[in-house]
Ligand binder design. Structure first.
Ligand SMILES: [Zn+2]
Ligand SMILES: [Zn+2]
Length: 191
């Protein structure tokens, strides 16, 4: 889509008042919402928004697939990438449930990893389109806490894994020095 005023420039969103597409030059940011220069000029002159209608602004969040997304929203989604289906449930992005395929070995793991990356790339846009947000700031604040939770869980997972490895190596060394040698392997139940 192109800017309504400059047909040769790519638009980055739509005016919350009149719905026309705006480019970086025509864009006016007010309280986390995008408006166009023309609407703002009328507002400053007359004290009220021009052509105020009851239609839901096209730039508004939660308008569904394919609705315009403010440029500020786009970018890598750490919450989507790290927490996949949990993040998806919290953000009305149901396609993220594909990541649950990770419960199936091998093929499922690959599908799940692919979904993680897709959610990292597209997650922010989808969350904006599928859930109601008060403002861009509100959206960013919530997504930031998702990212921190994802990071915290990832770190906890890594720490637990390291502990398990250290524990296994220690037990092995103890078994060696105690002269048990490799015979301890006979006691592993899943052999
Ligand atoms: Zn406008
Ligand atoms: Zn323009």
């Amino acid at each position: 889509m192109k800017c309504a005023v400059h047909p040769d420039i790519e638009a980055l969103g739509a005016c919350c008042n009149c719905g026309s597409f705006v480019c970086p030059e025509c864009k006016v940011d007010l309280g986390g919402h995008i408006y166009c220069n023309r609407c703002l000029e009328v507002l400053l002159k007359t004290g009220s928004w021009p052509g105020q209608t009851n239609i839901v602004a096209p730039c508004a969040p939660g308008m569904g697939e394919g609705s315009p997304v403010p440029e500020d929203i786009k970018g890598w989604s750490w919450g989507g990438f790290l927490l996949t289906w949990i993040w998806g449930i919290g953000n009305n992005v149901w396609i993220a449930l594909i990541a649950l395929l990770g419960l199936i070995p091998y093929v499922g793991w690959i599908a799940s990893l692919a979904m993680s990356i897709v959610l990292g790339i597209k997650g922010s846009e989808w969350a904006w389109q599928h859930k109601k947000w008060e403002s861009i700031e509100h959206f960013k604040k919530v997504q930031r806490s998702w990212a921190w939770w994802g990071l915290a869980i990832l770190l906890a997972y890594i720490v637990i894994m390291i502990c398990l490895v250290v524990l296994a190596i220690s037990l092995y060394m103890i078994a060696q020095t105690a002269g048990i040698g490799d015979s301890w392997k006979d006691y592993i139940p899943w052999q």
